[in-house]
Write a protein of this length. Structure first.
Length: 74
């Protein structure tokens, strides 16, 4: 598995794709943002700590940090 995060990502919008995830079998899926906000930083080491995305997402397994988060209207 590999996550393709755009290097110049400045903002995410709820319900829209912000990155791609590529499986070992060649399948590509969009990662959809659950909220809107300004991107503060991207985890450039996410792909080297892939198992941490599942087991420890608050330590080394995060993808991005957001500021000015806007809740989703349901």
């Amino acid at each position: 598995m590999y996550i393709d995060l755009p290097e110049n990502l400045k903002e995410v919008i709820a319900g829209q794709s912000f990155a791609k995830i590529l499986s070992g079998g060649g399948q590509t899926d969009d990662l959809i943002s659950p909220m809107s906000g300004q991107v503060v930083t991207l985890n450039q080491h996410a792909n080297t700590a892939m198992s941490a995305l599942v087991r420890d997402n608050l330590s080394e397994g995060w993808l991005l940090w957001l500021a000015r988060v806007k809740p989703v209207n349901i």
